[in-house]
Design a protein around this ligand. Structure first.
Ligand SMILES: O=C1O[C@H](COP(=O)(O)O)[C@@H](O)[C@H](O)[C@H]1O
Length: 204
């Protein structure tokens, strides 16, 4: 919708800076690339300045790509392009648009993976993602949870089990799915769902 009238003309696209909360370490023209998906479906249709679209460097190793993306964020903080949350001290994005996998993962933070506990870095990497492709970079929870607004898009019956688990709220903190760890410290969060994704909620 944003790429269509009246939004296309009404939005001040020159003020947009676009980042990826996670990216698969594949070439930018690969079918698995999150950059390619966003570019094909949205960014190629709106006039966001090209130098304000911050893609992962796909020529680097997975560790190198994560470090490079973190350095990019740090530079933009220095330049005043990205704000810092006074509450958390981590970068504060205006909007974090997240999906959720059927296993409850968000970005490339998967259930039971040690990087869900990363609390220093801005960007980290995974080399053994249970969902292909295995090598990915991802924002860490401190960055995600410092956002001003988090929009969580969860649709389809395949997500109903994780939605039920996330919203039933009767588990110990060690059993939490990554989606349950999305907890804005300096902002707000909104779920966007459909009926199939919510279909198990009556059983809470
Ligand atoms: O692998 C990924 O999966 C999640 C969820 O994707 P969805 O297509 O099932 O909504 C996505 O949010 C993440 O960015 C992506 O890399």
């Amino acid at each position: 919708k944003l790429a269509e009238p009246p939004y296309l003309e009404a939005v001040d696209w020159s003020r947009w800076h676009v980042f990826w909360a996670d990216e698969r370490v594949v070439p930018k023209d690969h079918a698995d690339s999150n950059y390619k998906l966003a570019m094909d479906e949205f960014l190629s249709k709106v006039p966001v300045p090209a130098n304000q679209v911050y893609a992962m460097n796909d020529a680097l190793s997975v560790e190198g790509a994560a470090d490079d993306y973190e350095n990019c964020l740090k530079q933009l903080i220095k330049n005043g392009v990205i704000a810092v949350s006074p509450v958390t001290g981590f970068p504060k994005f205006d909007l974090m648009l997240l999906g959720m996998g059927p296993d409850g993962h968000i970005a490339s933070l998967f259930p039971g993976h040690p990087i869900v506990n990363e609390n220093q870095k801005l960007v980290t990497c995974v080399k053994d993602s249970p969902k292909p492709p295995p090598e990915r970079i991802t924002f860490t929870f401190p960055v995600i949870n410092s956002s001003a607004h988090i929009a969580l898009m969860v649709t389809g019956a395949g997500k109903a089990g994780a939605v039920h688990k996330a919203l039933s709220g009767n588990e110990s903190s060690s059993d939490l799915l990554p989606v349950e760890m999305v907890e804005p410290q300096d902002g707000e969060m909104t779920w966007f769902t459909d009926k199939p994704a919510m279909s198990m909620l009556s059983r809470i």
